[in-house]
Design a protein around this ligand. Structure first.
Ligand code: MG
Length: 335
């Protein structure tokens, strides 16, 4: 019964998780939160992660009830993500692997999300909507690859939401997206925004520019409230995501949809996806914030699958990469 320890730190969350044969034994996490109106910069984020990673490692071991001897493999996020945080976390993973004399496995962050979603929900072969601050992709498995059917051609949907939150100085605690979601519930008026689906792909940068442009004027003249803007932005960008997911499901004749990534815990997005799935006679799977927001266990779980399938990352290849596409990895652990 192999146990895998996973390190994640590709953006502003740092997590260390332990997974043994489909059971999450520990999954502590910390978030680097910046003041309203600001985002997180790579250097500061890496400094935050370095300051807490050893405490998290200790916490994960204590919580799991395991010692270093019980761990069979060390998994870490190889990419994609922000350079400085990735490097800091990989360095710790590499050091721990050498100190404890354990094999190392470098994991694609997006695949971590997918494998965690499959484990937690029991979805067997879903069409995956992966939505977060750094990524927006519609993915389906075929012939040993997680293939990308559609994606953003500029910024991620979560980045669009985060940057809109900065315009309105909405708090980043616990996350800008969560606070937008709460405000959107009180929105009444739908402000028309650009709707940019291009074939199977989506674009968010023009919507962001548009709303950045009109927000202060519309709020000053009382044409709408901040809550209306939150509501309108969510309704518009989520409708775009539902549209491309539905098209991919139709293409793949898929009966299951799975939402992963930090934006995936937005209940309004889940509702809209559920309606689409219902109309197609398909099932929607989603997880809560423990598992859809970046965490260590998702890297441990993908690492566990890879370790079982014989993957090992030699020290000489244990670096990180900011760009690492989901479809670059050969998925040898699935039929
Ligand atoms: Mg992520």
């Amino acid at each position: 019964m192999p146990a895998v320890l996973g390190f994640e730190g590709s953006a502003n969350k740092i997590g260390v998780g332990v997974v043994r044969d489909g059971k999450v034994l520990a999954n502590p996490r910390r978030t680097y939160v910046t003041p309203p109106g600001t985002g997180f910069l790579p250097g500061d984020t890496a400094r935050h992660h370095r300051a807490v990673i050893l405490d998290l490692l200790q916490e994960a071991l204590t919580e799991s009830g395991l010692t270093s001897q019980d761990i069979d493999c060390i998994a870490y996020t190889k990419g994609p993500g922000m350079g400085a945080p990735l490097v800091s976390v990989a360095l710790v993973a590499r050091t721990v692997a050498q100190l404890w004399n354990k094999p190392l496995v470098g994991v694609n962050h997006c695949i971590g999300h997918i494998e965690m979603g499959r484990l937690i929900t029991g979805a067997t072969s879903p069409t995956v909507l992966y939505v977060s601050g750094g990524n927006t992709q519609v993915i389906a498995y075929s012939e040993h690859r997680y293939r990308i059917f559609g994606e953003t051609i500029d910024i991620a949907v979560g980045n669009c939401l985060d940057r809109f939150a900065r315009v309105l100085k909405i708090s980043n605690d616990p996350s800008p997206g969560y606070n937008i979601e709460q405000m959107a519930k009180r929105g009444k008026k739908l402000v028309e925004l650009p709707y940019t689906v291009k074939g199977m792909d989506v674009s968010f940068s023009g919507i962001l520019s548009f709303i950045e442009d009109v927000a202060h004027r519309m709020l000053a003249t009382g044409e709408c409230t901040p809550e209306d803007l939150c509501f309108s932005l969510q309704e518009t960008v989520f409708a775009m995501l539902v549209e491309i997911t539905e098209r991919a499901m139709a293409h793949c004749d898929s009966q299951e949809a799975l939402i992963v990534g930090g934006v995936g815990c937005n209940v309004r997005l889940q509702e809209m996806m559920a309606t689409m799935c219902q109309e197609r006679g398909a099932r929607l799977f989603a997880t809560d914030e423990r598992f859809c927001i970046d965490n260590g266990a998702m890297i441990a779980q993908a690492g566990w699958e890879m370790f079982q399938a014989g993957h090992r990352t030699p020290l000489s290849d244990s670096g990180v990469t900011q760009r690492y596409r989901t479809d670059e990895v050969e998925v040898t652990w699935r039929d």
